[in-house]
Ligand binder design. Structure first.
Ligand code: AOF
Ligand code: ZN
Length: 365
C-alpha cells in the first residue's frame, strides 16, 4: 500500500519536470481511511512546495491522515516557510518519505522535527525511484556543479554522420521526440563551435518550456570562431546564449558577440582549449543545474576526459553507412590502452521503435 501511494506521489512529482530547476521534483499525497484526500506537487521554481499544494488541494480535514512525500519535508525558511512545521500544525499522524533531502540545509532536520512532534515517520519507500528522478538536484545541491548528460546518436556501425557530414536523420521520430523532451528538462544545452559552423542549429526545443524559456545555449568556442550570422546569435529566443571561450579569442570578436546579446565566459586554457571543469563551476554559480551535451565528437572526448559527464544517452539506429572518414561519437586523441577505457555503470536499455538507447553513468574522479 505504501508503495502504491508513493508511486502516485512520484507520478505527480514528474509533472514539474522542466519547471522547477534548480529545485527538486517533489510530489505529495494525503491519505485518510484508505482514500486519497489531497494531492500536490512542486509546480514551478520558487513557488509552493509539494506538501503545501497537497494541503491546499485537500477535499477533507487532514487531521489524523498520512502523508506520502517523495522528498523529506523541508525544515528551513527559504522562499517558503518549513513544510515540516506545516505538517505538524495540520495534525498529520504519519509521514512516509521516499528519500532524505540531500540539501545540507535540511538533510534529516525535517524528519527530526516530525518525530520530535510525535509523528510516525517511515523512510526509504521507493527511494531508488525518487533518487533517479532527482539525480540532477542531488548532484547540484551537494556540489554546486551542473549534472551533465552526454547525448549522441550513431548508426550501428558507430558513425554520427556520413563521410560528407550528412546526419539528418540518424534516429527515428520517436527517438528525436525523446531528445526534445530531454532538452525541455535541462537548464542548458552545450555544443562545440564545430557543430555551430557545420549545422547552424537553433538549439531550441520544439516543446513548450515550463518557465516560458528554452534552455540556455552554451557554445564552447576556444578561439571565437562562432559565425556572427549564426542562428544562435540571431534568431530571437527567450533563452540566453553563453559563449565559453579563452584568451585565444580576439577581444574585438567577443565584443561583437556581446553586442548580439551573448554572455561571454572566459576560462583558463586547458590543453589549449576551454577548461571544461572551470566552465562547469561558472555555470553552477549561475544556477545552471544541468547541461545536455550534444557534441560534436571533439568536445565529447574532452568532456569525458575531464570527467564532467555524469550520464550518457547513446542512441543507436539500425543503419550502416561505413566510411573511414565518417565521425564517431567520441573523437579526440583517444585512450591508448583498453585497460584505461571508461566504464559505464547502472546500464539501462530503452527502445524507440527500431532504435535502441543505452543509458549509463560515468563515475567522477
Ligand atoms: C522545492 N519544492 O516541493 C520541496 C522542496 O528555495 P525554497 O525555499 O523553495 O527551498 C528549496 C529547498 O526546499 C530545496 O532545495 C529542497 O531542499 C527543499 N524541498 N523544494 O522546491 C518542494 N519539498
Ligand atoms: Zn518544503
Amino acid at each position: 500500500m505504501d508503495e502504491k501511494y508513493m508511486r502516485r506521489a512520484l507520478e505527480l512529482a514528474k509533472k514539474g519536470a522542466g519547471f522547477t530547476n534548480p529545485n527538486p521534483l517533489v510530489g505529495a499525497v494525503i491519505v485518510k481511511e484508505g482514500r486519497i484526500i489531497g494531492e500536490g506537487y512542486h509546480q514551478i521554481y520558487g513557488s509552493h512546495h509539494a506538501e503545501v499544494n497537497a494541503f491546499r488541494n485537500a477535499i477533507e480535514d487532514v487531521k489524523g491522515a498520512t502523508m506520502y512525500v517523495t522528498l523529506e519535508p523541508c525544515s528551513h525558511f527559504g522562499k517558503t516557510p518549513p513544510c515540516a512545521n506545516a505538517i505538524v500544525e495540520k495534525g498529520i499522524k504519519k509521514v512516509v518519505v521516499a528519500m532524505e533531502d540531500p540539501n545540507p540545509e535540511v538533510s534529516g532536520r525535517g524528519i527530526k522535527i516530525l518525530r520530535d512532534n510525535g509523528i510516525e515517520v517511515i523512510t526509504g519507500v521507493l527511494e531508488e525511484e525518487s533518487r533517479k528522478l532527482n539525480e540532477i538536484f542531488i548532484k547540484y545541491i551537494t556540489t554546486k556543479l551542473p549534472f551533465c548528460i552526454l547525448k549522441t546518436a550513431m548508426t550501428l556501425d558507430g558513425k554520427i554522420a556520413t563521410r560528407t557530414g550528412d546526419s539528418k536523420w540518424i534516429t527515428n521520430e520517436e527517438s528525436r521526440e525523446y531528445v526534445h523532451n530531454l532538452r525541455q528538462r535541462v537548464a542548458a544545452i552545450m555544443v562545440g563551435v564545430g557543430t555551430i559552423i557545420k549545422d547552424d542549429p537553433m538549439l531550441t526545443t520544439r516543446l513548450e518550456k515550463g518557465n516560458n524559456s528554452d534552455p540556455i545555449r552554451i557554445i564552447v568556442d576556444t578561439r571565437g570562431r562562432t559565425p556572427l550570422d549564426s542562428k544562435v546569435l540571431n534568431i530571437k529566443s527567450n533563452a540566453r546564449t553563453i559563449i565559453a571561450t579563452t584568451e585565444l579569442a580576439e577581444k574585438e570578436r567577443l565584443k561583437e558577440y556581446e553586442k548580439k546579446g551573448a554572455e561571454i565566459i572566459i576560462t583558463p586554457l586547458k590543453d589549449n582549449k576551454v577548461d571544461l571543469k572551470f566552465l562547469m563551476q561558472e555555470l553552477g554559480k549561475r544556477k545552471i543545474d544541468s547541461v545536455l551535451l550534444e557534441g560534436g565528437s571533439e568536445l565529447n572526448y574532452s568532456a569525458i576526459e575531464e570527467r564532467i559527464v555524469d550520464k550518457v544517452n547513446i542512441f543507436i539506429a539500425p543503419k550502416f553507412i561505413g566510411g573511414n572518414e565518417a565521425k564517431t561519437p567520441i573523437g579526440g586523441i583517444g585512450i591508448p590502452l583498453m585497460k584505461d577505457a571508461l566504464l559505464l555503470k547502472n546500464l539501462g536499455l530503452h527502445r524507440f521503435g527500431d532504435d535502441i538507447m543505452i543509458e549509463g553513468y560515468l563515475g567522477q574522479e
